[in-house]
Write a new protein. Sequence first.
Length: 311
Amino acid sequence: MLKVGIDIGGTKIAGGVVDQDGRILEKLRVDTPADTADLADAVGDMVRHFAGAHDIRAVGVAAAGFIDRDRAIVIHAPNIAWRNEPLKASLESRIDMPVFIENDANAAGWAEFRFGAGRDFSHMVMLTMGTGVGGAIVIDGELFRGGHGIGAELGHTRFVRDGLLCGCGQNGCLEKYASGRALQREANSIADQQGIGSALAAIRKEKGTISGPAISRLVLAGDAGATEALRRVATALGEACGGFQAILDPELFVIGGGVAQLGDSLLAPVKLAYETSLPGYGDRAVAEFAIAQLVNDAGLIGAADLALAEG
């Protein structure tokens, strides 16, 4: 029972043939065309390529943005010019098989639940620390989508009243304080102060900017300034997880995204902030924390699995 999973991002489209155990048998990657019609054609070409060598039963597509409850229309996408885009119909007109559409964070979270860090749990929350903060919620083995299909936007929960302006139009969203971009902002702030920020300042002077990978290298080398920048964003994420625990009571939090590659260096301050933010700590069960296992393949694996299960 083979499926094709497609993960559409702002700069690349990744696709793969996925079996029932979540294994990728073949994989392709192309640049994302600027024109939406060309994008749909690119997906169609990718699926036809896979179908030429494999017996494909369904196609799942992971796309960033708000997907309607029928999993057919992209209501709004942040990085692609989709506004009420009938993506399912558009793709099915090019592909002679069923197409299932899912939010990219939901697809990645489902993949981790089925085949990755969450496979031994029934209640799981996934948070991805990338450009923003993505979220996915699994409750009693079912993916939570909400009444209109666009639930689990955990990165857009209000974290700081009258806080930093977010791309969603609101102020103080969690992703402004717990994302990869937030880590870079904190690193620049620490570099401005010199002192423990001297290594960060030196990188900025040489490169013109402080990249995420540069911060990670300094953290792993034990640099005090980079470690403090990480502590600040990890604390924000951990505090938010304490609130999510009060509402959802998951057994497991899975942390993904580029920042998650820091592993225990990230999880230690996240867990500390979680414990100090948890109502009734010491008298109640607490969640476990884990780093995502499927990394960049999670979106396409999850979309493929959902396509067969729900498409």
